[in-house]
Write a protein that binds this ligand. Sequence first.
Ligand SMILES: [Zn+2]
Length: 120
Amino acid sequence: MNAAAHQWTAAFTTGAVLHASEVQRGEATAWPIAGGVLAAIFAKLPDVLEPAVHPHHRQFFHSVACTALVAAGWKKLHEWQPPSDEGRFLRKIRMIGAGAYLCHLAPDALTARSLPLVGR
Ligand SMILES: [Zn+2]
């Protein structure tokens, strides 16, 4: 999957999830769009850390272990209830970042090379 496809996947997934949660709460804000844009940026992170310059570029930051750590971090953020507006804002940005990272790794896992367990 190329960089643009990773970015569009993360943008649409994040925008759809944020929109669905706003509909559930009876809200309508710009967060689905802003979150989609942020997700498109964050979705590049795995390939910034491990550029796809050769077929075996997928190491730790593209691994099953890293996926599990990011998913665990996302779950912790989801459970966290920050006491301030600033905390809630930062929580949302971090959740979008972690979600976008996972949106990059999920399609990579479905390719023929998939993801290494831990990397080199
Ligand atoms: Zn990648």
